[in-house]
Design a protein around this ligand. Structure first.
Ligand SMILES: *[C@@H]1O[C@H](CO)[C@@H](O)[C@H](O)[C@H]1NC(C)=O
Ligand SMILES: *[C@@H]1O[C@H](CO)[C@@H](O)[C@H](O)[C@H]1NC(C)=O
Ligand SMILES: *[C@@H]1O[C@H](CO)[C@@H](O)[C@H](O)[C@H]1NC(C)=O
Ligand SMILES: *[C@@H]1O[C@H](CO)[C@@H](O)[C@H](O)[C@H]1NC(C)=O
Ligand SMILES: *[C@@H]1O[C@H](CO)[C@@H](O)[C@H](O)[C@H]1NC(C)=O
Ligand SMILES: *[C@@H]1O[C@H](CO)[C@@H](O)[C@H](O)[C@H]1NC(C)=O
Ligand SMILES: *[C@@H]1O[C@H](CO)[C@@H](O)[C@H](O)[C@H]1NC(C)=O
Ligand SMILES: *[C@@H]1O[C@H](CO)[C@@H](O)[C@H](O)[C@H]1NC(C)=O
Ligand SMILES: *[C@@H]1O[C@H](CO)[C@@H](O)[C@H](O)[C@H]1NC(C)=O
Length: 540
């Protein structure tokens, strides 16, 4: 215990002297007579003020009661009553010497109120009226300062200017604040310099340099409170303060590498993820959120979207690529903070960029026909092996694989390796005017790579059919029919293309023409027959 530690020192000093000057200022004492000047309070009591130092563990005389009513008679005795009389404080009835027999603790009880009596023991009567007096316990520095609100934690934004308030810590000392600075405290940092400082008297902790959260995000500061400034026998108490730096957006995201290499297949559809780029932001939380974008892509082929979960940039295909056209792309990407505090703009003047090199991977692609479809013509009745037309497909790949053509399930047409389509037999338009089928092109060295194209073959008409009468006409004519009377209209049909139709000519057959009683008139499509005057029945 501290009391034990300091007791030898205390013993060397006058027991009555510590803290007396301080005590004189105490209000409680103002009514009392000044120390050392004996005064008649009542009729006959004379005393000094009594002091006893706390934590004394030996019986000790602390003063003497005296009354001038005491005439020296042995029958007169001094007595005391009140706080601690007979247990803590004792009096020699003969001499009036007051002593203390117990260790006292000022912090528990600082004053003892007692009464002095002078008794004639033969009569038991008080010779003098009783009088109150006080024993005051004087302080020694036996209590160390204690911090009140432990644990202490505080947050301050990083990069705060020097002198920014962080927290105030306060300690209390149970000792007498009026005695020897026993309770007057001075704060000092045992740990935490040079980043923090503390005001010695108030305990206010401030920053004393700019701190970067990205270097260190929290500090343990140890504060000491010490009493008895400048005097020996000081006691101290310490506390720990956890100071955490909060983040400000003082870092831009930067790419981990200046070049990303990616591959994309030329067969990849639009929207395919080509690869991932990643920047790092040393800030945290919202301050670390970023947005990626394309800074430079002349080809307009790629786009970047930001994955909000992982903070990665996903490079996606915006347009289809063709290895045979362009095998490499160079794209520059950029990353920026999503949230920028205006006041922190100075930290964001340049944006980080990176180069993305995309290699297009060649795919074995199927043959491509020159035309999306073919419309071909052939005259009917053309002999077997006649040319219908030529189709052509090529392999888009670099190696230009030769192509083989085929027509499935057709014994009307055949195709050779040059894509030339020929007939296997003459065609009859009147039987079938269109032949629609598809032609398959197959790569010679990779039969899985095939493609098809539709072919429409129109069979063209030739005049290979004579006109025909659609029916056998049976015509009757009255005998009194007049010459030139119309008796029948006839018409003809032709299986050939209808465009030919107006070109029918109607004649009576040669035999009939010799002595015919009928004539025929070509009326484009209508034919009129005229009867001669001498009529009889004819068939024509
Ligand atoms: C009183 O204090 C002294 C010095 O610390 C010590 O040596 C002694 O034993 C103590 N006596 C009692 C009765 O506590
Ligand atoms: C002292 O005073 C007491 C009480 O007043 C008295 O009884 C006694 O005789 C006195 N003695 C002397 C020696 O005067
Ligand atoms: C009172 O003091 C006297 C003189 O010092 C002494 O002789 C006497 O024994 C003391 N009485 C008691 C009860 O201690
Ligand atoms: C891209 O393709 C090349 C060649 O096949 C290969 O070496 C490289 O590892 C590929 N890169 C990626 C990111 O897949
Ligand atoms: C990510 O968040 C931003 C802002 O909230 C939003 O505009 C964007 O569409 C989000 N991206 C995705 C892929 O959800
Ligand atoms: C294909 O065309 C080439 C050049 O015109 C010719 O030499 C070859 O004989 C043709 N092949 C066939 C099967 O007709
Ligand atoms: C063939 O194609 C032609 C032109 O598209 C069309 O007019 C005709 O009706 C088709 N014929 C058959 C049998 O599909
Ligand atoms: C022919 O005779 C019939 C009946 O005899 C008559 O109805 C008709 O009008 C005559 N025609 C002419 C042209 O005379
Ligand atoms: C048949 O008609 C053609 C054309 O009108 C004409 O040249 C020819 O002489 C006619 N023949 C007969 C027998 O009337």
């Amino acid at each position: 215990m501290n009391c034990c530690l300091f007791l030898p020192f205390m013993v060397g000093v006058s027991l009555l002297r510590p803290c007396l000057t301080a005590t004189e200022n105490s209000k409680a004492e103002e009514a009392k007579p000044p120390q050392g000047s004996p005064t008649r309070l009542k009729s006959g009591w004379i005393w000094n003020q009594y002091f006893v130092e706390e934590e004394m563990n030996v019986t000790k005389d602390i003063g003497r009661l005296s009354s001038n009513m005491h005439n020296g008679s042995n029958s007169l005795k001094y007595k005391i009553s009140g706080d601690g009389a007979g247990s803590i404080f004792f009096i020699n009835g003969t001499t009036g010497v007051l002593s203390v027999a117990q260790k006292l603790d000022r912090e528990k009880q600082a004053f003892y109120n007692l009464k002095a009596h002078l008794i004639d023991i033969t009569t038991g009567q008080a010779v003098e009226s009783e009088s109150e007096f006080v024993v005051k316990v004087t302080d020694i520095n036996d209590n160390e300062p204690k911090f009140l609100q432990e644990p202490y934690e505080a947050v301050v934004p990083e990069m705060s200017p020097e002198g920014t308030f962080i927290i105030q810590v306060t300690a209390r000392d149970a000792d007498d604040p009026l005695c020897n600075n026993n309770a007057r405290l001075v704060y000092e940092l045992l740990q935490g310099q040079p980043y923090f400082s503390i005001e010695p008297t108030t305990g206010v902790i401030r920053t004393s340099s700019k701190m970067d959260r990205e270097l260190q995000d929290s500090y343990w500061v140890i504060v000491q409170a010490k009493d008895r400034i400048g005097l020996p026998g000081a006691l101290s108490g310490t506390t720990r303060v956890l100071i955490t730096l909060s983040d400000i957006n003082d870092n831009i995201p930067t790419f981990k590498t200046g070049l990303y290499r990616m591959n994309v297949s030329e067969s990849a559809p639009i929207g395919t993820s080509v690869g991932i780029i990643m920047a790092h932001d040393r800030d945290i939380g919202e301050n670390a959120e970023m947005d990626y974008s394309i800074e430079n892509d002349d080809s307009q082929t790629f786009d970047i979207i930001t994955n909000n979960e992982t903070q990665e940039g996903i490079v996606i295909l915006k347009k289809k690529v063709d290895y045979e056209q362009q095998a490499y792309y160079h794209v520059r990407a950029k990353v920026k903070n999503r949230h920028v505090d205006k006041q922190l703009k100075k930290y964001h003047t340049v944006a980080s960029t990176t180069l993305i090199r995309v290699r297009v991977e060649d795919e074995d692609e199927p043959p491509v026909f020159l035309l999306p479809y073919y419309v071909l013509e052939i005259f009917e009745e053309s002999p077997q092996g006649s040319l219908v037309g030529v189709v052509s497909a090529t392999d888009p790949d670099e190696n230009r694989c030769p192509i083989r053509y085929s027509i499935s399930k057709s014994n009307t047409f055949q195709i050779d390796d040059n894509g030339t389509i020929t007939t296997t037999h003459p065609l009859d338009r009147e039987m079938r005017a269109w032949w629609n089928f598809s032609i398959t092109a197959t790569e010679l060295y990779n039969e899985e790579q095939t493609s098809e194209v539709p072919v429409y073959v129109q069979v063209l008409d030739i005049n290979d059919h004579a006109p025909e009468f659609p029916e056998l006409y049976k015509t009757y004519v009255c005998e009194n029919a007049s010459s030139g009377q119309e008796i029948q209209t006839i018409s003809a049909v032709d299986k050939d293309d209808s465009i030919e139709r107006p070109n029918f000519y109607f004649n009576l057959s040669v035999e009939d023409t010799e002595n015919s009683k009928f004539t025929i008139r070509d009326n484009q499509e209508l034919v009129l027959a005229f009867k001669k005057r001498l009529s009889s029945t004819y068939s024509s």
